[in-house]
Ligand binder design. Structure first.
Ligand SMILES: Nc1nc2c(ncn2[C@@H]2O[C@H](COP(=O)(O)OP(=O)(O)OP(=O)(O)O)[C@@H](O)[C@H]2O)c(=O)[nH]1
Ligand SMILES: [Mg+2]
Length: 325
């Protein structure tokens, strides 16, 4: 790479991350506004952090969908600081919260990455996307395909949600929009067979990334889980270590429901990473903090809008920065 190219590409990268930062700020706006207006009310007329302030704070965190267990951890940390420093002022509460939440998240395995990357030793890298209906699976796949494509990877999509004709059409629209190939069959065909074809096609095209869409709804939950297991098993006939990642998509705007879905899915099938969507337009952004803390599975991506660029790599440092800015 020439010197000028290097400068240009590093400038471009900075620009992009600047854009990403703005879109994160915008995506978290509702959550922040709601959180800080509650916090302002909770400390009104109070100069120091006392039991009453802590009680209120606990209520605010729970009502911001951080989740009870994670809230208790945060409150305990703050109590310890209050015990050590009896005159902790409420004007410092914001900073303290920020530090404690960052501290808590630093212990989780979510959010270390800053860029859309795939493991270098997997080719093609196979990503299977799962989740209940309507959470944003297909949209997330389209956005991911766009990011990987932009990064120079050769992407192939597989329409293994054969339960609805519209599901296949929807993925086709995304494939056309991004400009990547899609492997599909008729509605009602065997999803495992679509996944098999997709992997074969990807291997023969020397593709870098395969993303498999799956159904979010079937006649019942047991069917759905059995089907996912079968899709995986059949993919392994082409690539024995596929899928390399199973991404569970959760709708962040459903708050506690997202926790429930994560619990149920991770108990029923192997999930290796999480995406939390629809953080824009909701005040429930705190759910990402709770999910990162409560699950051993890393949150990798967050959805902050319906547009093609509205998917971000979840980075906990950026998230906390943006939330407490
Ligand atoms: N505001 C917002 N909307 C989103 C986001 N991600 C997805 N959506 C919207 O959520 C709706 C459902 O998204 P889909 O991608 O169709 O969800 P799905 O999980 O594939 O749904 P099924 O195929 O029915 O199982 C669509 O209207 C998307 O535009 C996001 O991050 N923000
Ligand atoms: Mg879909």
């Amino acid at each position: 790479m020439s010197f000028f190219k290097k400068i240009f590409s590093s400038e471009k990268k900075e620009n992009l991350s600047q854009e990403a930062k703005q879109s994160l700020d915008k995506g978290l706006e509702k959550s922040k506004t709601s959180f800080f207006s509650k916090l302002t009310k909770a400390v009104a007329g109070k100069s120091k952090v006392d039991d009453e302030v802590l009680d209120n704070l606990e209520e605010i965190l729970v009502s911001s969908d951080v989740g009870v267990n994670t809230t208790l951890k945060i409150i305990t940390r703050i109590e310890e600081r209050v015990a050590a420093d009896k005159y902790l002022g409420t004007d410092e509460l914001n900073q303290i919260l920020r530090e404690e939440i960052a501290g808590l998240l630093s212990e989780t395995n979510s959010g270390e990455a800053t860029e859309f990357e795939i493991p270098k030793d997997k080719k093609p890298y196979v990503l299977m996307v799962v989740g209940v209906n309507g959470v944003g699976k297909t949209t997330t796949i389209g956005k991911l395909a766009h990011q990987f494509n932009k990064a120079g990877y050769k992407v192939v999509l597989g329409a293994a949600d054969t339960f609805r004709a519209a599901a296949i059409d929807q993925l086709q629209i995304w494939a056309d929009r991004v400009g990547v190939p899609i492997v599909k069959q008729q509605m009602g065909s065997d999803p495992a067979s679509v996944a098999f074809d997709t992997l074969q096609s990807a291997v023969s095209q020397d593709a870098d990334v395969v993303i498999i869409d799956t159904a979010g709804r079937l006649h019942n939950k047991v069917n759905l889980m059995n089907e996912l297991t079968k899709v995986k098993r059949v993919m392994q006939k082409v690539l024995e270590d596929a899928p390399h990642d199973v991404l569970l998509v959760l709708d962040g705007s459903t708050g506690q429901n997202a926790f429930e879905q994560a619990k149920q899915f991770t108990a029923a099938t192997e999930v290796t990473s999480l995406a939390v969507t629809k953080l824009d337009g909701t005040a429930k952004g705190g759910v990402v903090i709770g999910i990162s803390d409560q699950f051993q599975i890393p949150v990798k991506y967050i959805g902050v809008g319906e547009g093609i660029d509205d998917l971000q790599v979840f980075n906990k440092h950026e998230f906390v920065d943006s939330f407490f800015k």
